[in-house]
Write a new protein. Structure first.
Length: 145
């Protein structure tokens, strides 16, 4: 009787061990996220990117909120706007803006138009040196005319 109980106990321990191993494997292969210790390290620094700025983030430090300055989207080629009017919302990070459009350094229209995509990210300020470089063809046209 004692040997039968010992045999039953041994079988139960083996089956319980098998069950524990199978549950451990299921836990390892599950779709759950890895523990936080595994995600810490140098990989987190590589994936962190600098957030691009919308128009109001770019012009907030310029005098008079950038009125009179040229701005452009970073992926636009030869297109920029000279800001003439800004209507800010209360939070200071969103709003509307109007400006004169420039194409390849030449003024494309006489009157200001509403600038589209001002709340989207990817705007840049065109520095004075770049302004002069864009305005050179315009000055040459005036001299020859």
């Amino acid at each position: 009787m004692a040997t039968a109980a010992a045999a039953n106990k041994a079988v139960a321990e083996r089956s319980f061990g098998f069950l524990r191993q199978s549950l451990g494997l299921l836990r390892n292969f599950s779709a759950a996220a890895p523990p936080p210790q595994a995600t810490d390290g140098g990989d987190a620094e590589k994936t962190k990117r600098k957030k691009k700025k919308n128009l109001f983030d770019v012009v907030q430090f310029l005098p008079n909120w950038g009125i009179g300055y040229k701005v452009a989207k970073s992926h636009w080629r030869d297109v920029s706007y000279e800001i003439t009017k800004i209507n800010l919302y209360k939070d200071g990070r969103h709003g509307k803006a109007w400006g004169v459009r420039y194409k390849a350094g030449v003024q494309a229209g006489a009157e200001p138009i509403k600038i589209s995509g001002v709340n989207k990210r990817g705007w840049k300020y065109i520095k004075e040196a770049e302004k002069k470089a864009q305005d050179l063809p315009k000055e040459r046209e005036q001299i020859t005319a």
